[in-house]
Ligand binder design. Structure first.
Ligand code: PLP
Length: 410
C-alpha cells in the first residue's frame, strides 16, 4: 500500500496579511462570466490589454539579442550597455550623485530586493496609505510590521507630513514614495519632496522613490502641462535614495519584466547598503537577459509613442474626471500621472461590497479602495482608465446607474 501524504499543507502564517484584492474580485468576475456575461475590466494596469502597442524598435532589439545568442545568464547587476543607458537616464532626470545602477526582473524585484537588503527584524519602513499592494506584501513576507503613513486627499493626495512624523520610530529605516502614484494618479510637489528630504536627513532614512510612471505625466484640466515630474533624488542629491524605474509602463512591455534601481546619495553613507543589494543580485543570478538589450534603444531611441500614449490618456482621464464630477456620491482628485483614478464614494456600506455587487449587477470591474489600505472610515475605488472612450463611457453609465439604484440620493 503506497503511503499517501494527505495532510493539508498550510501557507506560512506571516502571509495572513497579504492582501489579494484583485484575486478576490477575479472569483466574483468568474461567477459572472460563467453565467455568460462579458466583464468590462477597469482593474488591471496593463496597457497591452487595450489599444496601446509596444514600439517596434524595442521589440526588434530584444529579438535581435535572442537571435544573436544572448540567451545565457547575464552579469548579475545587468549588461554594461543597459547600465550605461540607465546612468544616462538618471542624468536626464537631474540625478547628479549616482553611485550605482542595477537591472532587475521588473520594478517588482527592485522593491523586494531593496527592502530585503535593508530591513532587520524589529525595524520598519514607512509606506504610503493607500499604497501599491506589493510593498505591504513584501513586508509581510519578511515578517516586518506595517507602518503606513496617510496620503492627504484634501491636499491632492500629497503625503501627510504630520502623520509621517507621528509614525516615525527609532527603528524606522526608510520611507517609500510612489510618484506618480498608484492608485491615486497624484504627483508629488517639489515643496513636498524637499520636506521629505529634510525629514530623511533628520532621521537617517533611506528614500525609495518609485518612479515607474515618470514619463506618463498629464496636463491639468486647464491644459497646463508646466508641472513636470520631479525626481526625488534630483531634489536631494545627498540623501541615500534608490530610484525605481522600468520598462513596463513607459515602454509598454509589462510582460518583459525589466526594471532597475538607481542608487544616489552620499557615497560613503550608501556603500555598505549597496554591497548588500549586490549580494542579493548575485544570489538570484540575473534579470531577464535578451530583453536588457532593449533598454538602451528604449531610453535613447525615438520617444514618439509617448506622445500618442499621453494623448489617449489625457482624453480618457478628462472623460473619467467629468464623469466623477457629474455623478452623485462620487468625487475625485484629478489624476496628473499614470492611468489610475481613485474616486471617493459616499455610500452607507463598504467599498468592497460596492465593487463586488457592481461586478455582479453591471459586469464592470474596478478595485475597492480598502484593497489598497486606505485611511479607515473612507471609501474609494480605483479605476484603470486605459480602455478607449467608448468602453469607458459604457462602463461609467453602468456604474452611475448602479449607484442611482442602490443608494437613492440623500
Ligand atoms: C507603483 C508601482 N510600482 C511597481 C510596479 C511593478 O512594476 P513591474 O511591472 O516593473 O514589476 C507597479 C505595477 O503596476 C506599480 O504600479
Amino acid at each position: 500500500m503506497p503511503i499517501i501524504q494527505s495532510r493539508e499543507v498550510t501557507a506560512a502564517a506571516r502571509l495572513d496579511n497579504v492582501r489579494y484584492a484583485i484575486r478576490d474580485l477575479a472569483c466574483v468576475a468568474d461567477e459572472v462570466i460563467a453565467q455568460g456575461h462579458k466583464v468590462l475590466p477597469l482593474n488591471v494596469g496593463d496597457p497591452l490589454n487595450f489599444d496601446f502597442q509596444t514600439p517596434p524598435h524595442i521589440i526588434e532589439a530584444a529579438y535581435k539579442a535572442m537571435r544573436d545568442g544572448k540567451n545565457g545568464y547575464a552579469p548579475s547587476p545587468g549588461i554594461p550597455e543597459a547600465l550605461e543607458a540607465i546612468r544616462g537616464e538618471a542624468a536626464r532626470k537631474g540625478i547628479t550623485t549616482v553611485r550605482d545602477v542595477f537591472v532587475t526582473s521588473g520594478v517588482s524585484e527592485t522593491v523586494d530586493l531593496c527592502i530585503s537588503a535593508l530591513v532587520n527584524p524589529g525595524e520598519d519602513i514607512l509606506t504610503p496609505r493607500p499604497d501599491y499592494p506589493l510593498y505591504s506584501a513584501v513586508l509581510c513576507k519578511l515578517g516586518i510590521a506595517l507602518n503606513a503613513y496617510d496620503l492627504n486627499e484634501d491636499d491632492a493626495w500629497q503625503p501627510e507630513l504630520a502623520d509621517i512624523e507621528r509614525k516615525l520610530t527609532p527603528r524606522t529605516r526608510a520611507i517609500v514614495l510612489i510618484n506618480p502614484n498608484n492608485p491615486t494618479g497624484s504627483l508629488c510637489s517639489r515643496e513636498m519632496l524637499e520636506k521629505i528630504a529634510d525629514l530623511a536627513r533628520r532621521h537617517n532614512l533611506v528614500v525609495f522613490s518609485d518612479e515607474i510612471y515618470d514619463k506618463l505625466i498629464l496636463p491639468d484640466s486647464n491644459g497646463d502641462a508646466t508641472t513636470p515630474h520631479i525626481a526625488f533624488a534630483a531634489v536631494a542629491p545627498d540623501v541615500p535614495c534608490i530610484t525605481f524605474g522600468g520598462m513596463s509602463k513607459n515602454y509598454l512591455v509589462p510582460g518583459w519584466r525589466i526594471g532597475w534601481g538607481i542608487v544616489s546619495g552620499d557615497a560613503a553613507a550608501i556603500k555598505p547598503y549597496t554591497e548588500g543589494i549586490h549580494r542579493l543580485l548575485r544570489a538570484r543570478l540575473c534579470a531577464n537577459h535578451p530583453e536588457q538589450y532593449a533598454i538602451k534603444p528604449a531610453l535613447e531611441g525615438p520617444q514618439d509613442h509617448l506622445v500618442e500614449v499621453k494623448r489617449k490618456l489625457r482624453s480618457r482621464r478628462d472623460l473619467t474626471q467629468k464623469w466623477c464630477e457629474s455623478t452623485p456620491r462620487v468625487s475625485c482628485v484629478a489624476p496628473r500621472g499614470a492611468f489610475y483614478a481613485f474616486p471617493k464614494i459616499d455610500i452607507p456600506e463598504s467599498d468592497e461590497v460596492f465593487v463586488k455587487e457592481l461586478i455582479r449587477q453591471k459586469h464592470v470591474m474596478v478595485v475597492h479602495g480598502s484593497g489598497f489600505g486606505q485611511k479607515p472610515g473612507t471609501q474609494h475605488f480605483r479605476i484603470v482608465f486605459l480602455p478607449d472612450e467608448k468602453t469607458l463611457t459604457r462602463a461609467y453609465a453602468g456604474i452611475a446607474d448602479f449607484i442611482h439604484n442602490r443608494y437613492p440620493t440623500k
